[in-house]
Each structure stands twice: as structure tokens, then as C-alpha cells.
Design a binder for this molecule. Structure first.
Ligand code: ZN
Length: 256
């Protein structure tokens, strides 16, 4: 039985002027003294991850395993923070990422190369059980060889969809933004739905959204969204503006 703790909430958005925000989900999975992190985010969240670990009395060296859904910069670069962790990555994903030319699709070339030559790396394939109860599922489209992970908690599963379905909108519309192969993405989203419907209380945790559950066939968010932007258009650092990136009223209603 694994407890999950969302360290960093994924955010379902991008910028028309500054590209992908890369605000991806980082989750701690714990079972007794075993601590696993699913996706490790990018540079901006490093201090936040370290703070969250500290708040639980943990340090990066206590993490025994990191599960990467894929090797895009916003999900993988912080693998270097965890010296004692086995870093799990999809075999197909790694093969693809290594062959992407510099400037290729969101791949942090040097971090991927370093991971590939590291003794910490473990490559896995579709339906491989990584540790008892945790299984990888190849879910292509967003990138070739992308992996989702399921965690069998008996009555319910935790399903980490990564960017195979980045957010609720992709799950519900069965359509995908920012994908290398739209028809593969659609198949992967169908596959995720089949995993989700297997057990009534399963929780789906997307790569860029907050966890949700199916209640009477409706998706219900399980956490309150917390996201904001702070900026200085002023003359001093003391005076800044915060914009809350909150849910609209309909979603806020569902959260209750
Ligand atoms: Zn992402």
C-alpha cells in the first residue's frame, strides 16, 4: 500500500509568448521506509522539492527510486539530485531521446546522455513490474516510448499518466495538444481510460494537472488547485502583484 503526496502540482497551461511552462507534477510515493518519486520536475522546483522532503524528515539520499514518465526537460532533469536512487526510464523513450538532434523536441540532451551512461539507470519495457505492485505502461504519442505507471493499492490503483494525458481536458476530449503523434496519443488516452475504469476508486494523476477520481462517471478533482504568478511592474521589490491561477467556478464547485 503506497501513500502518495503531491510535492508539486501540475498545471494545465502554456504561454503564447513564452512557450511551455513546464509546470509538471512531482509526487512522492511512500510505503514504510521505501520512498519513490514519480517525475522530478525542472530546475525551478528544486528548492521546493528539497523543502518538501525536509518537512517529512527526508533527504534526497532517502529516495530509493525515481520513475520517469519520459525524458522531457520538465519531467526529468532533477534525477541528478538523488544519489541513491535507481532511475527508471522507458527503454524506447531513452532510445528516442538519445537520437534526437540538439534542439529536438524538449529533450535536455546532456542530462539524457549522462543518465544513459549512469549506473543508476534502469530501463524498463511495457508491462514490466518494476517493484511489486508498480507497473510501467507504454503510452506513445506525446513522445515515443512514454510510460505511464500504475500502483496497485488493492481496492484502487494510482495511475500516473504523465503527459500521455497531460490534463483533464485531454482525458475528457480524448484529444491532445503538443504531441508527436496524435493518433498514438488518442490510443494512449483510450488505454488510460481502460486502466482508470478497472477499479471504482482509482486515482488518476496527470503530468500537468491535479489528481482526480471518477464519481458516477464524472471526473472530480481531489485537491484544491494552488498556482499563482508574482511579478514586478513596480519601481520597488516590495510592491509586486500576485495573480491567482485558480479554477473557474464550475471546477471549484467540483472540488468541494
Ligand atoms: Zn510535461
Amino acid at each position: 500500500m503506497f501513500d502518495y503526496n503531491i510535492f508539486i502540482q501540475g498545471f494545465p497551461g502554456k504561454s503564447s509568448t513564452h512557450g511551455g511552462l513546464g509546470w509538471s507534477t512531482v509526487t512522492l510515493l511512500s510505503h514504510n521506509d521505501t520512498h519513490i518519486i514519480i517525475d522530478v520536475g525542472s530546475f525551478g522546483v528544486r528548492p521546493l522539492i528539497l523543502d518538501k522532503l525536509k518537512a517529512r524528515g527526508l533527504s534526497p539520499s532517502d529516495i530509493s527510486m525515481v520513475l520517469l514518465t519520459h525524458t522531457h526537460w520538465d519531467h526529468c532533469v532533477n534525477w541528478t539530485l538523488f544519489p541513491n536512487a535507481t532511475i527508471v526510464v522507458g527503454q524506447e523513450d531513452m532510445k528516442w531521446a538519445l537520437n534526437e538532434p540538439p534542439g529536438g523536441w524538449h529533450v535536455p540532451e546532456l542530462y539524457v546522455k549522462e543518465l544513459h551512461s549512469s549506473s543508476q539507470m534502469r530501463q524498463v519495457v511495457h508491462l514490466e513490474e518494476i517493484v511489486p505492485g508498480i507497473t510501467a505502461h507504454q503510452t506513445d504519442g506525446h513522445s515515443p516510448g512514454h510510460l505511464a505507471y500504475t500502483v496497485d493499492n488493492g481496492d484502487y490503483d494510482l495511475i500516473f499518466s504523465g503527459d500521455a494525458a497531460k490534463n483533464r481536458a485531454e482525458l475528457l476530449s480524448r484529444d491532445a495538444d503538443m504531441t508527436l503523434n496524435l493518433s498514438d496519443s488518442r490510443e494512449s488516452i483510450d488505454y488510460l481510460w481502460r486502466l482508470w475504469r478497472k477499479k471504482e476508486n482509482s486515482v488518476l494523476i496527470p503530468g500537468h494537472d491535479i489528481p482526480m477520481k471518477l464519481v458516477d462517471g464524472k471526473t472530480v478533482y481531489l485537491h484544491e488547485r494552488k498556482a499563482d504568478l508574482q511579478y514586478w511592474f513596480s519601481d520597488t521589490l516590495e510592491k509586486y502583484t500576485t495573480i491567482e491561477l485558480a479554477d473557474d467556478a464550475a471546477l471549484a464547485e467540483q472540488i468541494k
